[in-house]
Ligand binder design. Sequence first.
Ligand SMILES: C[S@@+](CC[C@H](N)C(=O)[O-])C[C@H]1O[C@@H](n2cnc3c(N)ncnc32)[C@H](O)[C@@H]1O
Length: 255
Amino acid sequence: MSDLPAHARRNRALWDVWAQDYVMPAEKNWASESPTWGIWRVPESQLGVLPEDLAGRDAIELGCGTAYICGWLARRGARVVGIDISEAQLATARRLQQQYDLTFPLLQGNAEAIPYPDSSFDFAISEYGASLWADPERWVPEAARLLRPGGQLVFLVNSFLLSLCMPPEEGLAATERLLRPAFGTYRIEWPGDQGIAFYPSHGNWIRLLRRSGFDIEDLIEVRPPEDAATSYPFVKLEWARKWPCEEIWKARKRR
Ligand SMILES: C[S@@+](CC[C@H](N)C(=O)[O-])C[C@H]1O[C@@H](n2cnc3c(N)ncnc32)[C@H](O)[C@@H]1O
């Protein structure tokens, strides 16, 4: 990984530090048999993120972090691979993988350049992983290359609207005012040690996905459930009840 782009190098350093804060959530998610998604932990039964027929399918998680989603896929019978840039995150993933006796490859690498041949997978997923921290102009074409014709890509990100309302200071929640322009907000270099993240507009996502060979199947605007709560500081429940703070894209590689 000596030729990593600057944003990937910076985000790797950040995630090697943040990894310690993700150990407890990882343990909780690995212990859970039924998937929940995003910061409001919306149950899979409400969102239908995963395909029903994962048994025997080849799947990859892009920016797998602690790899609990890999675990959920493996338990559904998928042959799964996780890739993440942070060795510290993967250390947690490896420990929990052993604890739950689930064996699958966990690679350290950049999801923008994955060492697998073309058409290796039927399903690719990313939840706040490459989908947020890698450059979409690089990782989306890479996902398209890795998927077989008819294969599905699903990813969860902060909504574009939220990206316009989040103050730069760490720990502050999204405001009800637009703090930055919609035009040109593709990449945000968060001040301090908060990393570099990517927030394409809906038009950008649509054009990029289509140009990369995908048809778009759905865009789910996630709503917090009745009893929702989150420990993440960047958005308050009252905000998320009024506007979507997370969105899930589903796209299928054209045959
Ligand atoms: C919030 S975690 C999401 C993963 C998983 N859903 C979780 O919560 O453990 C973000 C992950 O993206 C990884 N990441 C950031 N940039 C990456 C890149 N270019 N390639 C692969 N992984 C990357 C980080 O190392 C981190 O583990």
